[in-house]
Ligand binder design. Structure first.
Ligand SMILES: CC(C)(COP(=O)(O)OP(=O)(O)OC[C@H]1O[C@@H](n2cnc3c(N)ncnc32)[C@H](O)[C@@H]1OP(=O)(O)O)[C@@H](O)C(=O)NCCC(=O)NCCS
Length: 174
């Protein structure tokens, strides 16, 4: 069963169907729609599918997608997780609701998730990709001990645009 993880500032817990409204509201944010692969426009059905189907499926596929709660308030701050694990490589993605940003919650969530992937799930490598212009996400990755490895040219399609991304990784010994 997917566990709950506690960091310094956040609690990571499995998504539940009752969270659909919070996901729907958070994902209206233009920043989340610009920088991640969430559907755009983002509908209520997308939110229901995310918490009821996509997140549980990630666990069945060897990954884990968590709701991130602010420990201080108990409110949902965002989402973080890996949608499966292939050959010990966990590929991580995250978004945080606009109102919860700038408080170190995402970097704490990323540190917490990565430690658990290494210690409890046997991951040999955690990785994530970021557009070079996404300064906030790059700061999150670096704050959580990830290292830039290089630019993957034209690797991702976001909103119909094919873009370059920087590959970041962290290994258990880093
Ligand atoms: C990227 C995102 C998750 C950051 O969330 P956050 O909770 O604000 O991040 P944190 O508070 O943990 O901040 C971590 C670092 O980033 C810095 N930071 C946060 N927002 C920033 C911004 N807009 N510009 C510059 N730096 C920023 C913080 O100052 C902090 O730096 P520090 O470690 O040197 O103190 C959030 O902005 C977001 O959801 N963006 C849209 C979706 C997205 O880009 N997802 C990632 C796709 S790769």
């Amino acid at each position: 069963m997917q566990p709950e993880l506690t960091g310094a500032r956040v609690r990571l817990r499995p998504w539940t169907p009752a969270d659909a409204d919070a996901v729907f509201a958070a994902c209206q944010d233009p920043g989340i729609q610009q920088w991640t692969t969430v559907p755009s426009p983002y509908t209520r059905e997308d939110a229901v599918a995310y918490v009821s189907t996509v997140a549980p499926q990630a666990w069945d596929d060897g990954g884990a997608v968590f709701a991130v709660e602010d420990l201080a308030t108990g409110e949902i701050a965002g989402s973080i997780g890996a949608h499966g694990m292939v050959d010990g490589v966990a590929h991580i993605g995250y978004w945080t609701a606009a109102a919860a940003r700038g408080r170190g919650l995402t970097s704490d969530a990323l540190r917490t998730l990565t430690r658990w992937l290494f210690d409890e799930r046997g991951a040999a490598r955690a990785e994530l990709v970021v557009e070079p212009a996404n300064t906030a996400s790059i700061r999150v990755a670096e704050a959580a001990g990830f290292t830039a490895e290089g630019v993957l040219r034209q690797r991702l399609v976001l909103r119909g645009r094919r873009v370059d991304v920087v590959m970041y990784s962290r290994l258990p010994g880093d």
